[in-house]
Design a protein around this ligand. Sequence first.
Ligand code: PMP
Length: 468
Amino acid sequence: MSDRHAPVSTPASTGPLRRNRATSHVLHRHTGDVLPVAVGGEGCWLIDAEGRRYLDASGGAAVSCLGHGNRRVRDAIMAQLDKVAFAHTGFFTNEPMERLAEMLVEGAPEGIGRACFVSGGSEAIESALKIARQYAVERGDLARTRVIARRQSYHGNTLGALSATGNTGRRRPFLPWVIDDVVHVSPCYAWRHRAADETDIAYGQRLAAEFEHQLRVLGPETVLAFVAEPVVGATLGAVPAVEGYFKAIRQICDRHGVLLILDEVMCGMGRTGYLYACEADGVAPDMIAMAKGLGAGYQPIGAVLVSDAIADVVLHGRLGLMTGHTYMGHPVACAASLAVQEVIRDDGLVARVRGLDATFERLLRDGLGARPEVGDIRGRGFFRGVELVADRTTKRPFPATAGLAKRIKAAAFDLGLICYPGSGTADGIDGDHILLAPPFIATEDELALAVERLGQAIDRAMADAGLR
Ligand code: PMP
């Protein structure tokens, strides 16, 4: 073990590190009693203060796409700190922000011409919604206030993003505050909701028709935007849409003057084997929200990519851009993100993920596919979901009270594997899933090890829950 990963030092002035949730001064989200302290990271591995190593097969929550300890990103951060750490964007632009915008726009779907940088995914969604509203206001389209999103989606934790979020469990406590102007339609979730005698194409068209029907019910002239993830992450577990679905949605949006906002916070920036996940669906949205893989965890950063058509109206309007945060376009965050994106480009990592797509899928199918509790294995590239069911024929989920996904997360962690649990059971319909989103640098051996440990974790969790 290198010095970098030596056990946590104990400053004499403050006494032993408080890592017990009950006595820590931190208001923790972690539900464990004694919290492991992360002290190091190397490639796909995280290391705790006891020297235990964890294979980070979900990059936290699909964040660490370059893995940990990337020297080129570290050097870019240090170099920027040596120049200037912060210069408010109300006064200055800065070089890494301009270069990053240039790079993102260059690779973006047709029509996208600008980037607005924020500090994370929720801010990116909030900003997209506010820019959409500003666009409507500047055009005198004042009636357009409503947003259509999809049930079981997750678009963030701040109140605007939570309003777009369709996962009822995450919304319920805050219902008095979430805005009424968001209406939710069905997710595109073929494995569970496509009828037995329906083709993928027909299913996608049925959902598009449902969307258009909802638009007509609301009055299309009152609808501002449709928000959706091309591949649904946290709430469904790496579920891509069926062929033709997003194309049909795009056409309907165009027909009614509704903006298409794609949430690529989790699935974007190469994770699916495409730089932008929507490339696989063959659509060009009006705005794209991104975060996670944008900075790969080296700095907090998010962005909204905006079409020239929208940017022109907003920039030349009466109001000027009315969404702003102190830390937007932070030079160090942008320098880190620029370096991350340069590594992805120079090392051909999107092509690498795409090239390993079939390998990863085969490893998952061979390793887990025959298990009676594994209902579905899906996803694209290095963004994969495993759904667990009590009955493979009826797809009946395990009871929510068993908390299976969370038990698997805990058992996996014990076995030295980080995977991301999710459960749609709060919506009363769908069951537990596990998300795998390994770093783009993961070797075939590391992918295989992740699958092997996940299998062991499922066994342990099933036994612990009394389900086997
Ligand atoms: N959208 C999606 C699709 C996400 O997965 C997340 C985070 N899990 C967010 C938005 C919110 O991002 P953040 O946690 O950075 O605010």
